[in-house]
Design a protein around this ligand. Sequence first.
Ligand SMILES: [Zn+2]
Length: 290
Amino acid sequence: MYMIKTWFSPNYYANNGSMSKLPAIAESIKNKGFAELVAPTANISETYKKLAKLHDADYVRAVMDGAGRLAASNELEWSTDLRDGVILMNAGMLEAAQDALARETITANLAQGFHHALPERGMGFCTFNGLALVAAQMPDKRIFVLDADEHQGNGTKAFVKRLPNLWNYTIYGTYFGGDGKVARNWDRKVGNWAQHQAALAEAFTRILDVNPDIILYQAGVDCFEKEISGVMLTEEQLRERDYNVFDFAHRMGYPLTFVAAGGYTPDRIRLHTNTWDMAKQVLDDEIIVF
Ligand SMILES: [Zn+2]
């Protein structure tokens, strides 16, 4: 019986709307036996140096100091807890991806707040782009981001233009911005489950074409029907989405690291827990017929 090795620290926490859910999800996935929680070993200052190479250095410095307009560009109230939590979540992302690659399996980082972060600033509750960080720190590996959050992964798209080993396929209901067509990036707006399934099938085709070393899966649950959502998936459809992604990666032999990402309703702890449930079922070779 597998448990999903999941990077998490009690310091992945700040007392604001976006990050405050993470300890409750950690408790839930641990209690249900879905996850083995592992703390990042990298410290704040070494991770800070990596982030200063990924993002514009003056932006990273502004977040460190908490000073000025850039420090609040993530639309969150700055605090040392928020800053340190965000940096640790980026450390955990790298370690979770390294472990998935080393063991050729599925791992997780119990994190959120990556995919809107742009090279020059934060945006939409996202500070530093941990997905792009994996590509920047592994230049000889091909990194494919599969983003199924309600919101389009505009920050990752901006990094695709800087990082030649990064691909981004974003299935979303709400557009966030960025240039039009970008090579190695696909924006797919969907408005129901059938369209979502079609986009996911196309994403799998693209992944097979690219043949990446690892898939990073942004498993947002803010496309749930009770959210302010353009995709409007039911809980059962979210479970099927996750199962299909994990099953594809597992069958095709692609290492995969997933992140919790968006989810804002009172249902979110259960919905995120379902993602770990699906990953575990796939690794346990349980066949689920939806
Ligand atoms: Zn979102």
